[in-house]
Write a protein of this length. Structure first.
Length: 245
């Protein structure tokens, strides 16, 4: 659906300083929508704002740590002050630390739960009133790990199973009031795996991500989902790297 026939949507994306979130910001603004892009890294947000100059829509940026409710509240206040409503939220901020369970560091487990689950819940709890008012759309970022459990990333998989359950819960309880999409990508070539502190695993996994999908491909799926209004709802979409070559 082109911009001629599509309303300009107001969209908040968390974790938009890098990878999939950044690609979503640029792709959605490129399609004419208004994006609030947030993350912790202010330098990276400034670069994003620069890159977004001249697009059909707009990218505004605001620092936000999704584990901090006060920080989330500041973003929602920004939205309420500047926009007539919020149409779409993409709680994309997420991290993964890969390690076998027997080596695991409890602070890495806590960090994954804090960002991937509590961060998503903080974002959704704060935005639900606005989204219900607009009959809006939640686009959660799951993963193949939302449906499968892989070795060396069991707790990451647990957090993504939780994201999918949260999506299904919203879809069930807000039927007819909200659209809910879960995007489940396989490997995407972003800095995601570089956070892993197990040097051997990080080096072993990096090539799989190098040949993964581009973040822009996932962003195109997000665009397709948010522009589907009135035609149907993409409730869950699995996107895998093309391994035919
Ligand atoms: N890459 C993959 O293969 C893949 C596959 C399936 C699903 N996913 C999911 O896709 C999402 C994005 O990952 P990515 O691959 O794009 O990784 P990425 O490039 O590392 O991006 C992660 C983003 O999350 C932000 N972030 C981390 N902690 C945060 C916090 N406490 N508060 C706010 N923002 C925070 C980071 O920004 P700051 O550090 O600036 O805050 C960054 O913008 C995640 O939910 C991930 O689980 C990734």
């Amino acid at each position: 659906m082109g911009i001629e026939s599509m309303k300009q949507l107001n969209i908040w994306i968390t974790g938009a300083s890098s990878g999939i979130g950044k690609a979503c910001a640029l792709t959605l603004a490129g399609a004419g929508h208004h994006v609030l892009a947030s993350a912790r890294s202010q330098d990276a947000l400034a670069e994003l704002a620069e890159e977004a100059q001249g697009l059909n829509g707009s990218v505004s940026t605001l620092p936000c740590d999704v584990t901090d409710v006060a920080s989330i509240t500041r973003c929602v206040e920004w939205i309420s002050d500047r926009w007539t409503g919020l149409d779409v939220v993409i709680p994309n901020a997420g991290i993964g630390y890969f390690d076998p369970l027997e080596n695991a560091k409890i602070e890495e487990w806590h960090a994954m739960v804090d960002v991937n689950v509590t961060g998503v819940l903080n974002t959704l709890h704060a935005t639900l009133p606005l989204l219900l008012a607009s009959k809006g759309h939640v686009v959660n970022i799951g993963s193949l790990a939302a449906r499968q459990v892989f070795p060396n990333s069991g707790i990451y998989c647990a957090t993504k199973h939780a994201v999918l359950a949260i999506s299904e819960s919203l879809r069930t309880e807000f039927k007819g009031q909200l659209a809910v999409t879960t995007l489940n990508p396989g490997a995407v070539n972003t800095p995601f795996i570089d956070r892993t502190t197990n040097d051997e695993l990080r080096a072993n996994y990096r090539p799989q991500f190098d040949v993964g999908m581009t973040p822009e491909y996932v962003a195109e799926a997000a665009l397709f989902a948010v522009e589907s209004r009135g035609r149907g709802i993409v409730s869950e979409l699995t996107i895998r790297p093309d391994t035919r070559d």
